[in-house]
Ligand binder design. Structure first.
Ligand code: NAD
Length: 261
């Protein structure tokens, strides 16, 4: 894919999936602005991949507007900043609920709103949200996260409807379990992984680059007639409701299930 001449903003671009999106777009010739918290050293992350950085907290409208003012008007915006925290429905404290919604949902709304206002006069552009398979299912102990990611679908559909007349497309990727610091505790626990990956048709977790490739497609002109929809990037997890792996012929080695016969 060729992103020559395209300007991209990636929120939460200093780590994990956002860094992979930033790196991929930059490698394809795009000019990338990483927006992230000062504590994550986005300047260093950007330097390492030939991008630029703006300090931005998506929960702070002023800092977001300042960052967009400092970058050029983007052709592509990856709305990716996100957090998660584990707690059951009855044990979720208000602070966890409020913070998760503030970053993942209100932060995404503010990012889309601020970006769209700048993109509309140019009558072109592409926005890609990082939603989740948890936009659709009810993984236990993640009620705030699940609600925030389900809420993104409301932003997605409404924004697609309102921005279509301005030539702006908006779509979402819905990753499954991807190897980042957000999921480090799962990836460092073989017992958890072998159980979890029984329900993934491809028998393994995903890498940030594999989500970045889907974001690149949706952001690119190859997706010129696609707006308002989701692209699930989960190795077939949503399709494998009753599980795939665990037969006598299956082996779990090096973080993946394989079948020899
Ligand atoms: N890793 C997975 O399995 C997975 C699966 C589905 C969806 N996602 C989503 O992918 C996105 C990226 O997650 P990741 O796994 O790469 O995690 P990560 O922690 O590696 O990256 C998240 C980034 O968001 C930034 N961020 C957090 N709060 C912010 C704020 N207030 N303002 C600006 N930036 C902020 C962080 O600093 C970090 O750079 C998130 O939206 C997450 O919900 C991840």
């Amino acid at each position: 894919m060729n992103f020559q001449g395209k300007n991209a903003v990636v929120t939460g671009g200093a780590n994990g999936i956002g860094l992979a999106i930033s790196r991929s777009i930059a490698a394809a010739g795009g000019s990338v602005w990483i927006f992230d918290l000062a504590s994550e050293n986005p300047v260093e992350a950007a330097r390492s991949i030939g991008a630029q950085a703006c300090i931005a907290d998506v929960t702070d409208r002023q800092s977001l507007e300042r960052a967009f003012d400092n970058a050029v008007v983007p052709d592509i915006v990856a709305v990716n900043a996100g957090i998660s925290g584990l707690a059951s429905l009855t044990e979720t404290p208000p602070a966890l609920w409020n913070r998760t919604l503030a970053v993942n949902l209100t932060g995404a709304f503010d990012t889309v709103q601020v970006a769209a206002a700048r993109m509309k006069p140019r009558r072109q552009g592409s926005i890609v949200l990082t939603a989740s398979t948890n936009s659709f299912d009810g993984e236990a102990d993640l009620i705030a996260y699940n609600a925030s990611k389900a809420g993104l679908l409301g932003i997605l559909h409404t924004a697609a409807n309102e921005l279509g007349p301005y030539g702006i497309r908006i779509n979402a990727v819905c990753p499954g379990l991807i190897r980042t610091r957000l999921t480090a505790s799962s990836f460092s626990n073989p017992a958890v992984l072998s159980e979890y990956f029984k329900h993934i048709a491809l028998g393994r977790g995903g890498e940030p680059e594999e989500v970045a490739q889907a974001v690149m497609f949706l952001a690119s002109d190859l997706a010129s007639y696609i707006t308002g929809t989701t692209l699930v990037v989960d190795g077939g997890q949503m399709a494998a409701k009753f599980g795939t792996w665990g037969q006598a012929t299956d082996r779990f080695d090096e973080q993946r299930w394989t079948r020899d016969v």
